[in-house]
Design a protein around this ligand. Structure first.
Ligand SMILES: Nc1ncnc2c1ncn2[C@@H]1O[C@H](COP(=O)(O)OP(=O)(O)O)[C@@H](O)[C@H]1O
Ligand SMILES: [Mg+2]
Length: 213
């Protein structure tokens, strides 16, 4: 067994850096069971997320979106082996970066990539600046598709963007300008403009929810 280094202990999965038998550096994302869930439901959820994560990664790759390559899906241990991406997360990059032009350019890239991803109906489900990595050739790589789904609904796509907006607000102070640049670059088709109008509704519902506590 190759050496495994724990990168992150999450609520649903442990993420390790490991080496495959052929020497490739990989990430092993192992989902574990949650004792508060009924064992059958738990196994079903775990299996579903493992499969969906692998499926969405492959679908994105087929359409030319930068995502880690799927190396192996091990159902018996609920582990997904994917290519290791070297580089900071977008969150780390934003915190460390002081160049507004570079920042703007990167935000436009985020918007373009999300527009492309939504155009073939992948909903990421957990868009945050921690779920994007800037690789060594400065490509933006999307990760963490465990909550993803395939849907053509404008509502689902608007909610996907809303999740990212909330993540920006809570993670990066004074990030309104950054997220506005994301949306501007996203809005390059009639379908996208419809989704942005939908985003307005989603925001309003969010505000109502906040007010009613
Ligand atoms: N392919 C990868 N290459 C490099 N680091 C990764 C990769 N996948 C995940 N990570 C690192 O592990 C962290 C957690 O992985 P993630 O898939 O987002 O699981 P979680 O559901 O716990 O958020 C990421 O924020 C990132 O730092
Ligand atoms: Mg994550």
């Amino acid at each position: 067994m190759a050496e495994q280094v724990l990168i992150r202990q999450g609520a649903e999965a442990r993420v390790y850096k490991t080496t495959m038998p052929d020497g490739r550096v990989a990430v092993a994302k192992q989902r574990f069971s949650k004792s508060y869930r009924h064992p059958d439901l738990d196994a079903k959820l775990t299996r579903g997320r493992l499969n969906q994560e692998a499926r969405s990664l492959k679908r994105c790759k087929e359409h030319g979106i930068c995502v880690p390559e799927v190396i192996r899906v091990d159902k018996s241990s609920a582990t997904l082996f994917i290519e290791f991406i070297h580089g900071p997360t977008l969150k780390e990059w934003i915190v460390a970066n002081g160049n507004p032009d570079q920042e703007n350019e990167l935000m436009a890239t985020v918007g373009r990539i999300l527009h492309q991803m939504h155009s073939f109906d992948v909903i990421h489900g957990d868009l945050t600046t921690s779920n994007m990595i800037l690789d060594s050739s400065n490509q933006l790589v999307l990760i963490d598709f465990g909550l993803s789904q395939i849907s053509s609904s404008a509502e689902d796509k608007a909610v996907d963007l809303y999740v990212l907006e909330r993540a920006f607000i809570s993670t990066h102070p004074n990030s309104e300008r950054l997220f506005a640049t994301v949306l501007e670059a996203y809005s390059v088709s009639e379908a996208a403009r419809l989704i942005l109008r939908r985003l307005e509704d989603v925001r309003q519902r969010g505000r109502k929810r906040d007010m009613s506590g």
